[in-house]
Design a protein around this ligand. Structure first.
Ligand code: AMP
Length: 304
């Protein structure tokens, strides 16, 4: 089934305790689409992308996405510079400081879905202003399953449209601090229940290296992260988790409790590849067999 993502294409500058990299190809939609492309390979139509870049965006980066099967018909090139973000990670990897955000062409992003995208079945609204996410969602004709991501900024400054969005989507992806902020609950189970009370059928809480859990009326599932020996850069882990999760659902063509559980495992192992390098390269490296290998290993780790 078809899969659509609306989000950012970016150039990131990333500082870790080991190194600093400038102008790395990043962005929420980039990581998502490359992660999801593992599930749409082999003749199936690749993820559809809606995003905006500036005139400075390298053609080779568009070609790299196309080479992964990503449909770039919805990619707009606007006058100005591409969105830029820079961040620094503490040695524990869980603490990230945003150093700089340059919205550039993303500031006036008004998502326009090509006619051919309107029948998309699975929709991921990557982190953006909830008003923008709502405008994108309104252009899809009755999606089968829609998921949104958000961040602390929107919880603080765009609470009303965010609540409207929560009533419209099937699921929301949050990290633990965002869930606490949104609900005022310190306990994560209560926070998840509080989010469900705001409208979505499912909430996925990401807890970095501690894994993720999924809660809904018909499913409650938790999983640790796949243990990698060396983390190089966690940027995009959340988006590649979502790409693996949604990519699997679109491939399976279902979103019942059993599919959602498997999607959680695929999301987790896809993210584990992302953190092993900078940019999209570590996400491109494994083939589907390598993903399936980690899927089996992770299940073996958690099975009694
Ligand atoms: P993640 O590590 O999964 O949270 O995703 C990080 C990616 O999101 C980076 O590649 C950034 O370019 C992108 N990003 C950072 N801040 C924002 C923002 N305010 N809106 C949209 N995308 C962002």
């Amino acid at each position: 089934m078809s899969l659509l993502v609306i989000g950012t294409l970016a150039y990131d500058t990333i500082e870790t305790v080991h190194e600093r990299r400038e102008n790395v190809l990043g962005g929420s939609a980039t990581h998502f689409a490359v992660a999801a492309s593992h599930f749409t390979a082999g003749g199936r139509a690749g993820p559809r992308l809606v995003a905006v870049v500036g005139r400075d965006f390298d053609d080779e980066h568009v070609a790299a996405l196309r080479a992964r099967g990503v449909d770039t018909e919805g990619l707009e090139v606007a006058d100005g510079r591409t969105f830029r973000w820079s961040g620094r990670y503490e040695a524990d990897w869980n603490t990230r400081h945003t150093l700089h955000t340059e919205l550039n062409v993303f500031e006036h992003f008004d998502p326009k879905l090509p006619e051919s995208y309107r029948d998309s079945d699975y929709v991921f609204l990557a982190n953006a202003a909830p008003q923008v996410q709502l405008r994108a969602l309104e252009q899809v004709d009755g999606p089968a399953f829609s998921v949104a991501d958000t961040m602390n900024l929107w919880i603080e400054i765009a609470r009303e449209p965010l609540e409207e969005l929560l009533r419209r989507v099937d699921a929301i992806v949050l990290n633990d601090e965002e869930a606490r902020m949104l609900t005022g609950e310190r306990n994560l189970i209560r926070a998840a229940a509080g989010v469900l009370g705001m409208g979505p059928r499912y909430v996925i809480l990401k807890k970095g290296e501690h894994g993720a859990f999924l809660m809904g009326s018909d499913v409650h599932f938790a999983l640790p992260a796949y243990p990698v020996e060396e983390v190089v850069d966690p940027t995009g882990a959340g988006d590649s988790f979502a790409g693996g999760f949604m990519g699997y659902l679109a491939q399976a063509g279902g979103h019942g409790p059993a599919s959602l559980r498997k999607a959680m495992v695929y999301g987790t192992v896809t993210a584990s590849f992302c953190v092993q390098g900078f940019g999209i390269e570590p996400l491109c490296r494994p083939d589907r067999g390598a993903l399936d290998g980690r899927y089996d290993e992770l299940l073996a780790i958690v099975t009694v």
